[in-house]
Design a protein around this ligand. Structure first.
Ligand code: AGP
Length: 637
């Protein structure tokens, strides 16, 4: 959720902090702030609303300080007002702290600190941290729970360590103090925090894009670690104060990936990147020399047999768009590989898990790899399966993520990367399509192992997958202008219905979610056959219905369901096969896609819906990339 940045080195910190915050603004944009330390002064500037408001405040302020921290906020505790914006300070304003996460026990800490005379100025959970550090600086804990007290290296570090040991919750922190002008402290506990290594300068951020323009050498902290950054280097400790040996890794991301490259919005750029993303997925996971006679699997998953063989069930845990991709995955895993599969909202599963099933593969799907509910659900599942005496319940855990450097990869032993490149737009587009690709590869690999489809059918589907990039290009070329024009008709629409069946039912859900999150239009997705069991009562001439009707088992059924909506005066928009007379007769507006195997159709049918939601939101003049109330990765419960 919130974005954190920090810098220590030789350059003006505030410029680097603001540049970093620009790349992290997608993580939260309720308010922003920076604090710098230089020449005996802790200078703090904060502003409500978007980062631009902070930039305006900083304009003309001469700030040569070489050390500082910054924050862009997605409000959890306290309204998005300036007094709640980070950084927060202690009573004497000697220490400044930024936080991403939630401090669950902040109320009791606040009462304790107030009783000792600390004065609070915000409604946030974060503010207890600088006060707690100030308290431990003045009165170090009598029985520090460490056999390696850090006071010799730095009393700031030791006070911060003692404070962190009092905190309950999931959080990442960056901290500076005017009394320790050569130290930047950072902490990770269940929320991401990376450190960038430059020449005589060091960076920290809650996500690597903020570091990428300066260095590719990055160390991602593990949970329960705190680090001290000076101009001389980085020291990493665990929460008991033991020094740890850690080395940075080299990132293979490229700063160009986080630029709009001529597109008006990141979302549109990311929609257009989809043919390339699918190509990269095919290059990564398909064996190019495979043919039907080769007698081996066409898929290279690089996963152990023990994970995939003799499966009786699959359970998938995910949230939001990843949950929709997982529903397509369920369809494929059941219909192609014949493995009974359930898809659970991670946020529900973690408090009401189903009874353990034997020989079950658990898959966590999260593009960011940081979604708190998905991580917690996976951790819980791993723990309860490890505790079971029945070896058939042993954990078999797999992650599907776009960020192989994320917390997910630390949690589960096996990960499939979705190869989409970094996604900045809050509305997931290219990462959704990449998740679908991961499910094609997984289900075809399982189908091959379990011999649930013939090799001729396998070859047919592989060939179909290979055609997808060119077909995606065709959809984008043929529809962009028409969808833009069509969007004019919906500037004042308040409700939309999306319907689909079978493998395209999740696409109806995804189409509705895309429209809701960026255009703020109320939209619902339904399985088309369910409309007459209630939702059809909503329909009249003011409620457009978008139907996904592509050739296959349910094509005629969806057309009939669309006719039923038309009979209630709804305006009908159809995602339909190209050059199809039946579709032309039925729908008022057509969004045609090439005719493909029904199983592969979701990769194409989702694109017109992404374009439709994008253009409606852009037409309404909304902030497409940073819709209100949302954040790219939801790192709090
Ligand atoms: C997608 O458009 C949404 N912004 C959101 O539903 C997202 O898919 C969800 O928060 C899950 O994120 P994850 O894939 O990073 O876990």
């Amino acid at each position: 959720m919130c974005g954190i940045v920090g810098y220590i080195g030789t350059r003006a910190a505030s410029k680097i902090l603001v540049e970093g915050l620009k790349t992290l603004e997608y993580r939260g944009y309720d308010s922003a702030g920076v604090a710098t330390v230089g020449e005996g002064i802790l200078q703090r500037t904060r502003a409500k609303g978007k980062l631009i408001n902070l930039q305006t405040k900083l304009e003309g302020l001469e700030d040569p300080a070489h050390l500082g921290i910054g924050h862009t906020r997605w409000a959890t505790h306290g309204k998005p007002e300036e007094h709640n914006a980070h950084p927060h300070t202690d009573t004497k304003e000697r220490i400044a702290v930024v936080q991403n996460g939630i401090i669950e026990n902040y109320r009791e800490l606040r009462e304790e600190l107030k009783a000792k005379g600390h004065q609070f100025r915000s409604d946030t959970d974060t503010e207890v941290i600088p006060h707690l550090i100030a308290e431990y600086l003045q009165n170090p804990a009598e029985n520090p729970d460490s056999d390696t007290v850090l006071t010799e290296q730095s009393s700031f570090l030791e006070a911060a360590r003692q404070a962190v040991n009092r905190l309950k919750g999931a959080f990442a922190l960056a901290m500076v103090s005017v009394d320790f002008p050569d130290e930047l402290l950072v902490v990770r506990q269940q929320a991401p925090l990376a450190i960038g290594f430059g020449q005589g300068e060091f960076f920290c951020a809650s996500d690597t894009p903020a570091i990428m323009p300066y260095t590719q050498a990055v160390l991602t902290l593990e949970n329960g670690e705190l680090a001290r950054l000076t101009r001389m280097g980085v020291e990493v400790y665990d929460f008991t104060g033991h020094r740890l040996k850690k080395k940075p890794q080299t990132l293979n991301w490229n700063p160009i990936m986080v630029e709009k490259q001529g597109f008006k919005h990141f979302m549109l750029k990311e929609i257009y990147e989809q043919p390339g993303v699918v190509r990269t997925c095919l290059e990564t996971y398909l064996d190019t020399s495979w043919d039907q006679q080769s007698g081996r699997s066409p898929i290279n998953l690089n996963l152990p047999n023990a994970l995939l063989d003799d499966l009786e069930h699959i359970q998938i845990l995910a949230c939001g768009t990843s949950w929709h991709a997982s529903l397509v995955g369920k369809y494929l895993l059941e219909q192609v590989a014949n493995v009974p599969t359930v898809v659970q909202y991670a946020s529900e599963f973690r408090y009401a898990p189903a009874p353990l099933m034997a020989n079950t593969l658990t898959i966590g799907v999260t593009q960011s790899g940081e979604t708190a509910d998905t991580l917690a659900a996976l951790e819980m599942e791993q723990t309860r399966r490890s505790a079971s005496c029945d070896e058939r319940h042993a954990p078999r855990m797999l992650g599907i993520t776009n960020r192989v450097d994320s917390s997910l990869s630390r949690l589960v032993p096996h990960v499939m990367g979705t190869m989409a490149g970094i996604e900045i737009g809050v509305a997931a587009t290219k990462t959704f399509v990449a998740q679908l690709m991961a499910f094609y590869f997984l289900s075809l690999e399982l189908a091959y192992r379990r011999q649930t489809i013939s090799s001729a059918r396998l070859a047919e589907l592989i060939e179909g997958l290979r055609q997808l990039p060119a077909q995606l290009e065709l959809v984008l070329e043929s529809q962009e202008r028409y969808v833009e024009e069509l969007s004019h008709d919906f500037a004042d629409t308040t409700d939309f219905i999306f319907i689909g069946r079978g493998i395209n039912y999740p696409i109806a859900l995804e189409g509705a979610l895309k429209l809701k999150e960026i255009s703020y239009i109320h939209a619902e997705g339904y399985p088309a056959g369910e409309m007459k069991h209630g939702p059809i009562a909503l329909l009249d001439e003011k409620v457009p219905v978008v139907a996904i009707a592509t050739p296959g088992t349910v094509y005629e059924k969806v057309l009939s369901n669309a006719q039923e909506a038309k009979a209630r005066d709804a305006r009908l928009i159809g995602v339909v096969p190209m050059n199809d007379a039946d579709a032309e007769d039925t729908f008022d507006a057509l969004l045609p896609v090439p005719i493909v195997d029904e199983l592969l159709s979701p990769v194409l049918t989702v694109v017109p819906l992404q374009l439709l939601s994008y253009h409606i939101a852009a037409r309404r003049g909304l902030d497409v990339d940073q819709p209100r109330n949302l954040a790219k990765s939801v790192t709090v419960e």
